[in-house]
Design a protein around this ligand. Structure first.
Ligand code: DGL
Length: 264
């Protein structure tokens, strides 16, 4: 009756999970943290990503979260096992749910999956491992797309700049003709328009959405507390709030509050 879901990301990307949570758990409260002072995570070392992930999780637990959605591909790929070992509450990452969905699509097609992610996610090999745990025969190609996160954080999700980088990163993969393309960084579904245009014919898997769907298997709508979401960031709450309204597709998003995440 009074459980609360906590969602975190380095910035705006986790809103792709939050948007799906709002659909599934209509009118139910959640707590969102975006680490806007330290974004991007995807260019950092695994040790730094892990340290940030512990602080983000501690903050949400401190605010009363009873389940955590790690709505960040980079953290899910580099620190999920450490988080699960350390915290005594359900922790759902994006890698396994997205890999499962992509594998289903691939196994009904030519058996090919492209993974798009941050440099740290691609370097970790986490998506390949998760897909090959399901079926070793699936061919996987991974592509790091480091400019996608700054584009999204600055609101450039459509138009020439977004298309330029989408072509730069994705055209070299067209020969692979993947059945499924995992948007393995939760920022990337905000760029679905340009990505889908370049990779026409492949099914795009939204990792944030898949994580929210996976969370719904752990917690029921009835168990969760009613109310508006609380948004927290570590810097620049105005610009986060402005873009959060766009990405959640609704008004009435309360102004994000600022938190000193280094103190957690
Ligand atoms: N949205 C995150 C991810 O899913 C983090 C991107 C970043 O901060 O580099 O990987």
């Amino acid at each position: 009756m009074n459980k609360t879901v906590g969602i975190f990301d380095s910035g705006l990307g986790g809103l792709t999970a939050a948007a799906e949570f709002e659909k599934l758990f209509c009118g139910k409260r959640y707590i969102y943290f975006g680490d806007t002072a330290r974004v991007p995570y995807g260019t950092k070392s695994a040790d730094t990503i892990c340290r940030y992930a512990f602080q983000d999780t501690r903050f949400l637990v401190d605010k009363g979260a009873s389940l955590i959605i790690v709505a960040c591909g980079t953290v899910s790929a580099n620190a999920i096992d450490e988080l699960k070992r350390h915290f005594a509450l359900p922790i759902i990452g994006v890698v396994d749910p997205a890999a499962k969905r992509a594998a289903e699509v691939a196994l009904a097609g030519k058996g090919r999956v492209t993974v798009l992610g941050t440099s740290a996610t691609v370097k970790s090999g986490a998506y390949e491992r998760a897909i090959h745990k399901i079926d070793k025969s699936i061919e996987v190609r991974s592509v790091a797309c480091p400019m996608f996160v700054p584009l999204v954080e600055n609101g450039y999700t459509k138009g020439e700049a977004a298309m330029l980088f989408a072509k730069e990163y994705l055209e070299p993969t067209l020969d692979f003709s993947a059945d499924a393309v995992i948007l393995g960084c939760t920022h990337y579904p905000h760029l679905s328009g340009v990505i889908g245009t370049v990779l026409e014919g492949s099914i795009l898997v939204n990792s944030g959405k898949e994580a929210a769907l996976a969370a719904a298997e752990y917690i029921t709508v009835d168990e969760t507390e009613k109310g508006e979401p609380d948004f927290y960031v570590s810097d620049a709450p105005e610009s986060f709030t402005r873009l959060a309204k766009v990405f959640l597709g609704r008004d009435g998003v309360e102004r994000a509050k600022c938190v000193d995440i280094e103190s957690y």
